[in-house]
Design a protein around this ligand. Structure first.
Ligand SMILES: [Zn+2]
Length: 219
C-alpha cells in the first residue's frame, strides 16, 4: 500500500494543480486580504496563546478541527467561536483519504460536522482533507456531505519543510514571501506557533495585510 507520505509528496501536487477553483479553493477571491488557517487543534496549551495573539492584531482565522482531538477541549472550541473565528472540518479521525473508501470519507466528514455542531451549534461548510490528500473519491464524498474543499496556497512549514527551523526563521519566511489573497496553513497544536505569530503578526500588520476580512468568504 502506498504510504500517505509518499502519496502526498509525489501525487497530490499533480492532482492539486489540475483541480479547478470551483472544486477546491486554495486562494481568496479578495486580493486585499490574507487568511490565516490553523489545523489539528484545539491544543489546551498553545491554542489559547494563538487566540490571544490573533485578538491583539484583530486577525480572524479558520480553525480546521479533527473531532477526535477535541476530547476535553470543549470550552476552547466555544472560545474560538466566541472570539469571532470559524470552525471547519478536518475529518473525525485525521486519516489519509487515500486509504479510505468513499463511504468512510463521507462518514469522517459527517461525524466531525455533527460533533462540532453538538458542542457549539456551528455548522462546518468546508472540508480540508488530512495531510492535504485529495483523491477523486474525496472530491465526490465531500460534495455528498455538503462540504466544499478548502486547502491553502502557503504553508508556514512547521510540520513540513521547516520542521527543524526556529520560530523566528519560520516567521521571517512567512512575512517575506506571503502575498495578498493567499490562504496560509499553520498548526495551532505546534509549540512553536505562538512564537511564530508573535513575530509575524506585527510585521504583517505593518505591511498592511488585511488579516480580518478574509474569513468573510467562508462564513
Ligand atoms: Zn491535519
Amino acid at each position: 500500500m502506498i504510504s500517505s507520505f509518499s502519496f502526498k509528496k509525489h501525487f497530490t501536487p499533480l492532482i492539486k494543480n489540475a483541480i479547478p477553483k470551483s472544486i477546491c479553493q486554495h486562494r481568496l477571491s479578495n486580493s486585499d486580504c490574507l487568511l490565516l488557517t490553523f489545523d489539528d487543534g484545539p491544543h489546551t496549551e498553545h491554542t489559547p496563546k494563538v487566540l490571544d495573539l490573533l485578538d491583539e492584531h484583530s486577525a480572524k482565522a479558520l480553525f480546521f478541527i479533527a473531532s477526535e482531538r477535541i476530547k476535553d477541549s470543549q470550552d476552547l472550541l466555544k472560545d474560538i467561536v466566541d472570539r469571532g473565528h470559524s470552525l471547519q472540518n478536518h475529518s473525525a479521525n485525521h486519516l489519509p483519504c487515500s486509504e479510505l473508501s468513499f463511504a468512510q470519507i463521507k462518514q469522517e466528514i459527517n461525524n466531525c460536522h455533527q460533533r462540532i455542531f453538538d458542542l457549539t451549534g456551528q455548522k462546518t461548510k468546508y472540508f480540508r482533507p488530512p495531510f492535504g490528500i485529495i483523491t477523486p473519491k474525496t472530491i465526490i464524498a465531500s460534495k455528498r456531505a455538503n462540504h466544499d474543499l478548502l486547502c491553502w496556497s502557503f504553508d508556514t512549514g512547521e510540520y513540513n519543510h521547516f520542521k527543524d527551523a526556529s520560530a523566528d526563521v519560520i516567521a521571517s519566511n512567512l512575512v517575506e514571501k506571503v502575498k495578498p489573497s493567499e490562504i496560509v496553513l499553520s498548526h495551532d497544536d505546534s509549540a512553536k506557533m505562538p512564537e511564530i505569530l508573535a513575530h509575524a503578526l506585527p510585521l504583517l500588520t505593518e505591511k498592511r495585510f488585511n488579516l480580518k476580512d478574509g474569513i468573510n468568504e467562508f462564513l
